[in-house]
Design a protein around this ligand. Structure first.
Ligand code: FES
Ligand SMILES: [Fe+2]
Length: 334
């Protein structure tokens, strides 16, 4: 029998928390992810820092009025300062700092204009790499042909009732392409390749495009999907124009997630960028079509699967279990 189950919203891994262009040196923002109040800031030298949000002194939220002083963050309440590693660096009305109290720091890095945060409930150090996009998909060609995507090639949905695993499962779900993405026929899965942190799928897709003479031409395209844990779903799609993308779901708390989508559009066949905006919009429209399903989806375990799709779903669900803390793998509802 199929029972409602709830997947843990505390998976281990790297997750997207923003885009680099959103933070200038000196910018400070409150964030909330994984049920934790956090503060993010960019230091004067340009380093992104994420710390627990509340000041260990008397508990002010550093994200509401905190100020960047050099590399450190100054609390808005009594002016204590905290370094990027969370150490106390200044108590303005005392000559000694606190050696014992520190704010918890969260591993953070930036790559390809994306800001990533490492989450692990057990507090372990990052156990995998965040890929460099153009190393991941060498077929994508020259990175210089892909204009910086922020903001027009991005989408950000906040507090959505979706689980990151829904996004990850999209990669093995060939049958939805016809219905959700209006592909002419279901794609053919050419390969699947799994290790501890990554799940890679390659599929071929045939679709037709109406040319300027109004004639329909059939185009052979394809898609490489490359998941890094449950939070990061990279893809390289080719056919009529090529697009690299990242679809990233980050749990806010036990109920809702943020979804960020970034499309890097290849302009090597479009040097004047006449097609750029249209290609960006159509990439964003595809993820919005998925989102329309994900937001209202209920996780079903075990699912009723057609024969041909069973192996892929079983494999990705087995892989996904490795990212949940053992004590809260899947919670029954009610
Ligand atoms: S609460 Fe932060 S300095 Fe007092
Ligand atoms: Fe999809």
């Amino acid at each position: 029998m199929t029972e409602p189950v709830k997947l843990s919203m505390k998976p281990t891994g790297w997750f997207q928390i923003g885009w680099s262009a959103e933070y200038q040196p000196g910018d400070v923002r409150p964030l909330r992810y994984f049920g934790e109040d956090l503060v993010a800031y960019r230091s004067r030298a340009g380093t992104m820092v994420v710390l627990d949000g509340h000041c260990p002194h008397l508990g002010a939220h550093l994200g509401y009025g905190g100020q960047v002083q050099g590399e450190d963050l100054q609390c808005p309440f009594h002016g204590w300062q905290w370094g990027p590693d969370g150490r106390n660096t200044c108590i303005p009305y005392q000559d000694r700092v606190s050696k014992t109290r520190r704010v918890r720091g969260w591993p953070t890095l930036e790559r390809n204009g994306v800001i990533y945060l490492w989450h692990d409930v057990a507090g372990r150090e990052p156990a995998c790499e965040v890929p460099e996009l153009f190393d991941l998909f060498p077929d994508a060609g020259d990175p210089a042909a892909y204009p910086a995507p922020f903001p027009d090639g991005t989408m950000h949905g906040q507090d959505l009732r979706l689980h990151p695993q829904f996004v990850a499962e999209n990669g093995v779900d060939y049958a939805h392409f016809k219905y959700v993405h209006r592909a002419e026929q279901a794609p053919t899965i050419l390969s699947r390749d799994v290790d501890e942190w990554t799940f890679r799928t390659t599929m071929s897709l045939t679709f037709s495009v109406r040319g300027s003479d109004q004639e329909l031409t059939s185009i052979e395209g394809g898609l490489h999907a490359h998941l890094v844990g449950l939070g990061l779903s990279y893809a390289y799609a080719w056919g009529s124009g090529a697009v690299l993308s990242l679809t990233a779901a980050t749990p806010v708390d036990d109920e809702v997630s943020d979804l960020r989508f970034t499309a890097w559009v290849d302009t090597s066949d479009d040097p004047d960028h006449a097609l750029l905006e249209r290609r960006r919009r159509s990439a964003i429209a595809q993820v919005k079509a998925d989102l329309n399903i994900w937001e209202h989806q209920r996780y079903t375990e075990p699912p009723v699967l057609a024969t041909a799709e069973a192996a892929g779903f079983k494999e990705i669900r087995r892989w996904a279990r490795g990212f949940y803390p053992a004590d809260q793998l899947i919670r029954g509802e009610g």
